[in-house]
Design a protein around this ligand. Structure first.
Ligand SMILES: Cc1cc2nc3c(=O)[nH]c(=O)nc-3n(C[C@H](O)[C@H](O)[C@H](O)COP(=O)(O)OP(=O)(O)OC[C@H]3O[C@@H](n4cnc5c(N)ncnc54)[C@H](O)[C@@H]3O)c2cc1C
Length: 589
């Protein structure tokens, strides 16, 4: 087995020698379902009895259950809420039922063999503690899931006890004079956000009274993967990333102890949780999150429509984007692609006009050759608050995420503004080859005023102008121009095929994250794909379709034939345990 210090040496060597090495650890020996030490049915039943009244335990699962329980028709594909809350109830479905982005392995995309063994649907913090204690006792890995939105499939893993938070009770308590454990009073009011709680619930709780930093889709969970992966919002240029808005976390550690992490208490953990990715350092059961003074929002949606197939128009448009958007007023944010802009201004319409709209419209009328009818439409819309924008984003963004954002690259501000020709040509070539994603996000301004060391997101986040998204072919072009020694990627915008993901997602912060991981999870029972300290099989764009077994992998123990019998449902009070007959017979023999 390779230890974490060996990984550190490997990482050091790769940076000194400038070679990209695959510094992955070989899998430790955890119990899997075919091991004799795997808990017997009675022990699982006891776990289910130890949970709170409304909590549930489901399992064990096998691949075919995914087909049965997660069959997603077109209607469901456009309803991420159904998937997040897992309407069928067992908590194993992921946002991308076809495995487009998930680390499903098997015959890549065809077979779901990355399912947990059991799912514990937590209703109270005590359930999470009980689940983690059980996993420690029986040497079982833990996976964590709020909505299943992870693009790399990090919220599911084979042979794990999955702790599922989508039905955890919401909080939404607003505090006016919040004090952290240093005794300092926070200048913002804060809202309490519980595990699994999504941005819809925050929007409904604050209404027009406050602004808050959210994902583009309100189905995403706030205190889970979004925040822990950095948290990019269309208003981040003014209000910061998600991680810049958290004031404390409450966490069930891998040891099962419950702690607070903020600036003065467990500050290393606080740092790690602000960018180091979900599912690695423990389970966040609560966070306090900054609220900002209310602001109206102006949305400017500009779509070139038929002209987006005219190369000259697209080139002229992208040249404007490349030259002007990196330094636009901080109250503007949003996204662009080859076919248009979708921008948001935190302020009143007059401010939006003088800071950007007047200039852009004059440019477009003069240079983009758009028909007169185009200008008869109104491309702006005003909203009283961000909470009113979010419902309108639900139907559009999800689809864009499914199709296009499997890869991302942070574009350094210096590159965007000093190598303008190269920058513009890069955008143009991505657009012309149809490889640019739909959601290319504006970064910079106040995001870049926070020191790189303040949070654990890739240091490049603090000096970037844009986050570009691309499909695989586009990504290879992006990597050539903007390799890992220049910049990196956003944890929340990376699919399962990212090569050298440790370096790509965290850059020089990975080593410190690994040290903190070792401190809080020395047995590495929280091990998810593309997460700090991940152990196990890997895949990437160069090996697509193949499982990469890490070198020196520990023997996998005895094997048994997979049971083929249908699931039987046993009821234990309010808790259900589905037991595969063949499997339980094996266990009892
Ligand atoms: C439609 C859509 C829109 C999106 N919009 C944005 C956007 O605007 N900005 C942005 O930055 N990203 C965005 N994302 C990406 C999103 O932030 C990531 O996929 C994120 O990981 C989702 O977190 P989740 O908790 O909802 O999902 P999950 O898949 O449930 O979890 C993701 C990761 O976090 C871990 N995790 C979840 N909950 C917890 C917890 N309570 N404690 C510890 N670990 C936990 C999981 O183990 C997993 O590793 C979007 C994704 C989708 C699908």
């Amino acid at each position: 087995m390779i230890s974490t210090s060996q990984i550190r040496t490997c990482l050091l060597l790769s940076s000194v020698l400038g070679i990209l090495q695959n510094c992955q650890v070989s899998a430790r020996k955890y119990n899997n379902q075919s091991d004799p030490d795997w808990p017997k049915t009675g022990e699982w039943l006891k776990l289910s009895r130890d949970l709170s009244l409304l909590a549930e335990l489901y399992g064990p699962f096998e691949s075919s259950d995914y087909e049965d329980l997660c069959y997603i028709d077109n209607e469901h594909m456009t309803s991420p809420f159904d998937i997040a809350k897992d309407m069928r109830g067992e908590g194993i479905c992921m946002q991308y039922s076809d495995c487009t982005n998930s680390f499903c392995l098997g015959e890549l995309g065809a077979k779901r063999d990355n399912l947990p063994a059991y799912v514990l649907m937590a209703k109270e913090e005590k359930d999470i503690v009980t689940g983690v204690q059980f996993a420690n006792k029986y040497n079982i890995k833990v996976s964590v899931k709020s909505t299943g939105h992870s693009l790399s499939g990090a919220s599911t893993a084979k042979d794990t006890l999955l702790i599922w938070l989508a039905q955890y009770p919401e909080d939404n308590t607003i505090q006016l004079d919040y004090q952290d454990s240093c005794g300092d009073t926070e200048s913002h009011n804060v809202i309490g956000v519980a595990a699994g709680q999504n941005f819809k619930s925050i929007a409904e709780a604050v209404g027009d009274d406050y602004h808050f930093v959210s994902a583009s889709e309100w189905t995403v969970s706030a205190s889970g993967g979004f925040i822990q992966g950095g948290g990019v919002s269309f208003t981040s240029r003014h209000y910061g990333l998600g991680v810049d808005n958290v004031v404390d976390f409450r966490v069930v550690l891998p040891s099962s102890a419950v702690v607070i992490a903020d600036r003065c208490t467990n500050s290393d953990l606080f740092w790690a949780l602000r960018g180091g990715g979900g599912g690695s350092f423990g389970i966040v059961t609560h966070m306090n999150y900054k609220l900002h003074a209310p602001t109206p929002i102006v949305r400017f949606s500009f779509n070139l429509e038929e002209s987006s197939s005219n190369d000259t128009t697209v080139s002229t448009f992208l040249k404007y984007v490349a030259e002007n958007l990196p330094n636009i007023d901080s109250r503007w944010g949003g996204r662009f692609s080859w076919f248009g802009l979708d921008m948001y201004f935190a302020g009143f319409p007059r401010g939006a006009q003088v800071t950007f709209l007047d200039d852009f419209i004059e440019f477009a009328m003069t240079n983009l050759n758009l028909p007169l009818s185009f200008w008869e439409k109104n491309h702006t819309r005003s909203y009283d608050s961000w909470s009113r924008v979010l419902p309108e984003l639900e139907e559009t963004t999800g689809q864009a995420y499914v199709a296009e954002t499997s890869f991302s690259r942070l574009v350094p501000h210096d590159f965007a503004t000093e190598q303008t020709v190269e920058h513009y040509q890069l955008l143009e070539s991505l657009a012309k080859s149809n490889t640019l994603g739909y959601t290319n996000v504006l970064l910079g301004q106040n995001i870049n005023k926070i020191p790189e060391s303040e949070t654990s997101v890739h240091p490049a986040f603090r000096e970037s102008a844009f986050l570009l998204t691309a499909n695989q072919i586009g990504y290879e072009k992006l990597l050539e121009k903007l390799p890992n020694n220049v910049t990196g990627a956003s944890k929340n915008h990376v699919g399962s095929l990212e090569p050298n993901w440790r370096e790509s997602i965290w850059g020089e912060h990975y080593e410190r994250l690994l040290e903190i991981k070792e401190l809080y999870d020395p047995r590495n029972i929280f091990s998810c794909y593309q997460c700090v300290g991940y152990e196990g099989e890997e895949t990437d764009i160069y090996t697509k379709g193949k499982k990469l077994n890490p070198p020196n992998q520990a023997p996998t123990g005895g094997t048994i034939d997979q049971p083929t019998s249908a699931a039987q449902v046993l009821s234990t009070g309010s808790k259900l345990i589905i037991i595969m007959i063949g499997f339980s017979m094996y266990l009892m023999s």
